[in-house]
Design a protein. Structure first.
Ligand code: AMP
Length: 212
């Protein structure tokens, strides 16, 4: 099993790799807005800061919940939003009407594949089972060596403490190697997301759609 890219890079690799930039961030987050104010504020703050940093947003294309707040904030600050949504959800009028680009796909699987291809890195804000599904898929693809893109778990107010504990439990029980923890980087705030994206090189290779 390949080791995480974060642990593999030598200083020399880092220097040449830093010429690659993270230009588009895929954000997974809740479609519910009936949540703690801190989570709602984090979604808005991330959108504003992404636009200011010139980093485009790739996301599920919805107009509801944290997803909607995030996309609204990017657009209000003059940034670019690429929404990727299955036809069924668009037809249920859940698509964001203002997205710079709205890509309509057949299935949830197509959506997740395209989101992974289009982005240079991933960030996970608080969310529910849909967010967890996306998180574990992108994490397992990284564990299999199908991509080497940065994955940031944004632990606003400690929301993800149970998920972190579950990952520790999985490693301690022998179902994953200790290196698995390093496949996902925990950051405490939106400011730390932007600082990390600015400091990190982009991925060294694209997701190979043929392998997904
Ligand atoms: P959840 O965490 O269960 O609210 O699901 C949110 C995640 O699933 C998002 O990151 C989206 O990619 C996807 N998703 C769920 N509901 C929608 C929706 N109405 N429109 C677009 N994407 C959605």
């Amino acid at each position: 099993m390949p080791r995480p890219m974060d642990l593999q890079s030598s200083p020399a690799q880092k220097t040449s790799a830093s010429l690659r930039e993270i230009r588009r961030l895929c954000v997974y987050c809740g479609s519910s807005g009936a949540v703690d104010r801190r989570y709602r504020e984090a979604a808005g703050e991330l959108g504003t800061r992404l636009a200011a940093a010139g980093i485009g947003l790739v996301y599920g294309g919805g107009r509801v919940g944290l997803m909607g707040l995030l996309a609204d904030a990017v657009l209000a600050a003059g940034g670019e939003v690429t929404g990727i949504i299955p036809a069924r959800l668009r037809d249920a009028e859940l698509a964001h009407p203002g997205a710079t680009e709205l890509l309509v796909v057949e299935s949830m699987h197509d959506r997740k594949r395209l989101m992974a291809e289009k982005a240079d890195a991933f960030a996970i804000l608080p969310g529910g089972v849909g967010t967890l599904d996306e998180t574990f898929e992108i994490l397992s693809w990284k564990q299999l060596g199908l991509h080497d893109k940065l994955i940031l778990l944004v632990d606003i107010g400690g929301y993800w403490a149970p998920l972190r504990a579950l990952l520790d439990h999985i490693v301690e029980s022998g179902f994953a190697r200790p290196e698995t923890r390093g496949l996902l980087r925990v950051v405490p705030s939106v400011a730390a997301v932007i600082a990390t994206l600015s400091a990190e090189p982009g991925p060294s290779r694209q997701v190979d759609p043929g392998l997904l």
